[in-house]
Design a protein around this ligand. Sequence first.
Ligand code: GLA
Length: 390
Amino acid sequence: MDEKLLMKKFIEAYGDGGDIRTYFSPGRVNLIGEHTDYNGGHVFPCAITLGTFGIMRRRDDSKMNFSSANVRLGHVITVDMSDMSYKQEYNWANYPLGVVWAMKEKGIELDGGFDMMIWGNIPSGSGLSSSASIEVLMAKMIQDLYEIKSLSMLDLALIGQYSENNFNGCNSGIMDQFAVAMGKKDHAIFLNTADLSYQYAPIDLADEKIVIINSKVKHSLVDSAYNERREQCAAALKQLQTKLDIKSLGDLDIDTFEANKDLINSEIIRKRAKHAVYENQRTIEAVDALKKNDVERFGELMNQSHISLRDDYEVSCEEIDTLVELAWETDGVVGSRITGGGFGGCTVSIVKNYAVDKLKEYIEEEYLVKTGMRCEVYIAEIGDGTRRIN
Ligand code: GLA
């Protein structure tokens, strides 16, 4: 499938004519800074060239037609604008519907419905933000087609997050929608989630590639485990605030945390907070190392990030640990870690050019032997953020 074929499918489903527009929205991979974005910390993601294409046209009536060429080609989910409530049976369409709902909540009411169709090549549930890709895509399509000029790309990201949190029930931070909306070719985004200030950092690795490996596992209850981590961090913050004047865990340096961690009365919650504090500091240091071209140090920090996510934050799983350990034992791998929300999904590694083929071959074979499953290996290309393409 590509955008031309998608256009053909769109016309087959909805008929020709009118102002039909095409858009693209990327996925993202996070290089370092995991589970820091709802703790007022730093993240370092980049948009990738895998993503979601969307085609949309306005309608004169109040029908919203959703169709996905990934799910059931030719199957259209119709929702009337008079009832935008979440319904299980809408399935994937709850993501774009949630965006229309979120806009309405923010006072932006559309004066008519639409026909839309999407197709994407981000493996779903892989930790590469297929849902944020769809959310920001939908927000962009609406902003452009309905000419809502007041909305910036940052607003579109925030609307996407709002819909994810309040319509689809995952209490996620801003990293994914931000990276998708604001992505820039060949750059990662160093974002401070405390105030949304950010810098683009060029990723011009001459000797290395960024390699993404999909474990192909997605454990159930991901959203509830995610929300639970978030609540544990909030509980840690509350206990630390009995003595410290801080707004978020991201305000803490390592020494202050260590000197005050006993204010937290539960071992588990202390471990969660430790991860959030250390990971934030690691992210700041990693970006600094990259600026100095110290890719080796960046890799070490990625490895430490994985260990912390595995042992203190406990969001890894056996299959992901297997992928990371296989990478660690391969010569030429500079660093490797789990990426995204966790409990399955993908790893991200920085790998010397000469070692990429060797790693791919080794890991495909060994992962199959160890888990009975086939992993998928992609070389990440860093692309631009969500945009109209014609
Ligand atoms: C998911 C969330 C993000 C972020 C990551 C973990 O991708 O959507 O907001 O919290 O997990 O870093």
